[in-house]
Write a protein of this length. Structure first.
Length: 345
């Protein structure tokens, strides 16, 4: 494109120069033409450059307009306040669910989440684990059955208040193009400027070591969308997301594959802290790494949208069902992996 501009300018300049030599254009006219040509070339270049920037901006605007046009899929008619502290036992009673226009994902699911208890939900991909989290957060309502909180239908509670009582880390967590401080701070905006609290949350989520290596630490811009931003690895971003959840200090903690992108050492350290941090809270943990769910008080096994097994790790291993089969398969896979030899000092 630049080469074509140079060629076009040379041709135009040559044509006017010939006309000047032939006496058809005055010297003043030549100078006027040169100035006009240079100005036109500069403006055309700016138009091309700005058009490219405008196209990129319009892509963001399209996302913004889609967001502004989005309408909730559920009716927010609840007015019941959520009790301070623990809201009580959460019960899924005969819950079935199908996404709009899709097949049924959950079939007659019944289980309970009790305060102070860690419950793990395991199963193959597509079994419906994340769908249960979305129903608990009331992104959708069940198509059949009910979710009860403290004996009352979840739909009776004020939606905003209910979501404030939850701290959820999804598998596809958000990566905000903001500073490290604000990336954690969006977990509880009222604490976004409380650096001491954000530091504690970062320590709890394992992000403190990541942030310590950044050029401006907590004020470093994360992501590459803006100039000067620093991008993180998948595991480092996951630590930021975990810290965001710990900042909220909610009564109900839901972690959907919280350590999927972490290495084994980081995962072990996170779960060592996790047991202390969630004492007294209602916790739902989803993980495909069955070694990570052994800490749970109860494990629910979901298969094709149904709860097929329930119990502690030891109880399910003795039962020899689907959970025991999946656990042994994972253990054998890890045992078959070669261990690299240590290098000589």
């Amino acid at each position: 494109m630049a080469a074509l501009g140079v060629v076009g300018t040379a041709v135009a300049f040559g044509w006017v120069l010939l006309r000047t030599v032939a006496g058809q254009v005055t010297a003043g006219g030549l100078m006027l033409f040169i100035q006009a040509l240079l100005l036109t070339q500069q403006n055309v270049g700016e138009i091309v450059e700005n058009s490219a920037m405008l196209y990129g901006t319009l892509l963001y605007m399209e996302k913004l307009m889609d967001f502004l046009d989005a309408r909730p899929l559920i009716a927010d008619t609840g007015r019941l306040p959520v009790p301070a502290g623990s809201p009580g036992e959460i019960q899924f009673k005969g819950v079935s669910f199908a996404y709009p226009g899709g097949r049924e994902i959950l079939h007659d699911v019944t289980f309970a989440l009790r305060p102070g208890e860690v419950v793990a939900l395991v199963g193959e991909n597509g079994a419906g684990k994340t769908t249960i989290v979305k129903l608990l957060a009331r992104f959708y309502d069940p198509t059949a059955g009910a979710i009860l909180v403290g004996g009352r239908d979840l739909r009776e509670y004020d939606l905003a208040a209910w979501r404030r009582s939850l701290a959820v880390v999804f598998q596809d967590f958000a990566r905000f193009q903001l500073s490290a401080r604000l990336n954690i701070g969006v977990g509880a905006l009222e604490h976004a400027d409380d650096l001491d609290r954000i530091r504690r949350a970062a320590e709890q989520g394992g992000a403190d070591e990541v942030i310590a290596r950044l050029p401006q630490q907590y004020e470093t811009l994360l992501g590459k969308h803006f100039e000067g931003g620093v991008d993180l690895s998948g595991g480092e971003w996951q630590k930021i997301a975990l810290s965001r959840a710990f900042l909220k200090d909610a009564a109900i903690v839901v972690l959907d594959e919280p350590t999927a992108a972490l290495d084994p050492r980081s995962e072990y350290e996170i779960y060592q802290r996790f047991a202390e941090l969630v004492k007294g809270k209602t916790v739902l943990l989803i993980s495909h790494r069955l070694s990570a769910v052994r800490m749970a008080d109860r494990i629910l096994v979901l298969d094709r949208g149904r709860i097929v097994e329930e119990g502690s790790h030891e109880e399910l291993m003795r039962a020899g069902g689907l959970y025991a089969q999946m656990y042994r398969m994972q253990a054998e896979r890890y045992a078959d992996q070669p261990v690299p030899a240590e290098r000589a000092p």
